[in-house]
Design a protein around this ligand. Structure first.
Ligand SMILES: Cc1ncc(COP(=O)(O)O)c(C=O)c1O
Length: 440
């Protein structure tokens, strides 16, 4: 973080000082503790823009860490949530919109023979793992270096380990994580079928599941190498392990069928969140009947007081209906604008002689400063020049563009071609300054 915040963020700074006295670290989620100057305070958001406590208008490519796929405060979505809440907030029983949403997801998602709603991605990941263990009677889970499946102990290893530690003994994400959880995990490099086959040859009969982000969104936004996801499918079939896709980021962004439809590989279980609820806490567990059977029978438990509440379900149903409308026009627009922005940024890197790696499918992509033109696994991303990206974020924020400090960009249906052109012009100015050795 930059210790010298310009005056134009003074009100946000004052709020942060006050907040730190009541909220631990001044935030409610650790990722918000990152920031160019200090954690920011906001007062309003609409479309592709958000206004901070100082009244600065910022063009937003964070989409609040992904959820706001329709942009902020989409009028139809807000009206539908208001109407749902007017009927009651939480019935603790099933209701029509919940069934309609589940039916829509069953139709759209290849693996969704059965579903369950939850409130967050972290708990949905735990539910999938529990199901895999319940069906197989095995304990061990394979996860990949650099993949994030929520903050809970069972998966909080090798999330962002030092580059040289990747692929080795599981490294806890932070302090306080149960050491015993490491014993159930095998952490491997992603996009490396040989490493996975070797691990499965030794431990296959102990492995309940392989869990993967189908695109490694959280580190480098790396797409699977051709045949990788198919290879995972075959390995899981051979060894009787569950294949779990964590579609918290890819879901409803790479298409309404998620990454599983996009890449043509159907997992046994999958979890969805973020964009599904458009900013309301809604997650879904979707799976083949065989793998959902322990929930169907009640042999395994998944619960949550808030699950299926009216506001979140209404937000999910509205999101899916709006995205599906006019032959998925919003998603096509997001893909087109995202590719335009991604390619524009990549061209700027070349034009300014900066070692910029811009990688990802388009609706979301990653920007990093690296000598490596293309990353295929976590170690490549771990070697990025984070300080250079922090300078870039600083320059963009000072020009009114809000970015995620770890390099992931999201484009929403509310962005316009004019927004993309303006953003590329700002990036041009920032990179020019950096190339000249000036502070952007
Ligand atoms: C791929 C992935 N899985 C799971 C999660 C956890 O979701 P939540 O923050 O809703 O608990 C995240 C959150 O960023 C994520 O990116």
């Amino acid at each position: 973080m930059d210790s010298i915040a310009p005056d134009r963020f003074a009100a946000s700074r004052a709020w942060h000082d006050r907040t730190r006295r009541v909220l631990a670290g001044g935030v409610s989620s650790q990722f918000r503790a990152l920031g160019v100057f200090h954690p920011m305070h906001y007062v309003r958001a609409e479309g592709a823009r958000i206004w901070d406590a100082d009244g600065n208008e910022l063009l937003d490519y964070t989409l609040s860490q992904g959820p706001c796929i329709l942009g902020h405060s989409h009028p139809e979505l807000v009206a539908r949530v208001q109407a749902a809440v007017a009927r009651g907030q939480l019935f603790a029983g099933q209701h029509e919109e919940e069934v309609l949403l589940a039916e829509a997801l069953q139709r759209l998602l290849p693996c969704a023979e059965l579903l369950r709603f939850a409130s967050t991605g972290s708990e949905a990941a735990q539910a999938c793992i529990r199901l895999a263990r319940a069906v197989t009677g095995r304990q061990r889970i394979i996860k990949f270096d650099g993949h994030y499946h929520g903050w809970l102990d069972g998966v909080a290893f090798n999330v962002a380990p030092p580059g040289n530690a990747a692929g080795g003994a599981p490294v806890p994400w932070c302090s306080g994580i149960a050491e015993s959880a490491a014993g159930d995990l095998i952490c491997l490099p992603w996009n490396d079928l040989d490493a996975i086959r070797m691990a499965m040859t030794r431990h296959g009969d102990e492995v309940a599941a392989i869990i993967t982000e189908p695109v490694m969104c959280n580190q480098g936004c790396i797409e699977p190498e051709p045949g990788f996801l198919q290879g995972l499918r075959e390995i899981c079939d051979t060894h009787g392990s569950a294949l779990i896709f964590d579609e918290i980021i890819t879901g409803f962004r790479l298409g309404l069928g998620g990454a599983q439809a996009h890449y043509g590989v159907t997992p046994d279980l999958a979890l969805f969140g973020k964009a599904l609820g458009s900013g309301f806490p809604l997650a879904a567990i979707a799976g083949r009947a065989r793998w959902m059977a322990p929930l169907q029978s009640g042999a395994a438990y998944h619960a949550g007081t808030m699950n299926g509440n009216n506001a979140c379900v209404a937000a999910g149903l509205a999101t899916v209906e709006i995205l599906e409308r006019d032959d998925h026009a919003a998603l096509r627009r997001i893909a087109r604008l995202g590719a335009m922005l991604r390619d524009g940024l990549a061209q700027l890197g070349v034009a300014h002689g900066m070692k910029l790696r811009v990688q990802g499918p388009g609706p979301m992509f990653h920007v990093g400063f690296s000598g490596l033109a293309r990353a295929t696994e976590y170690r490549h991303v771990a070697a990025d020049d984070r300080a250079a990206y922090q300078s870039f974020c600083r320059g963009m924020l000072l020009r009114g563009v809000r970015l995620i400090e770890r390099g992931l960009w999201y484009v929403s249906a509310a962005h316009t071609a004019a927004d993309i052109v303006a953003t590329i012009a700002h990036a041009d100015a920032v990179l020019r300054a950096m190339a000249a050795g000036r502070r952007p």
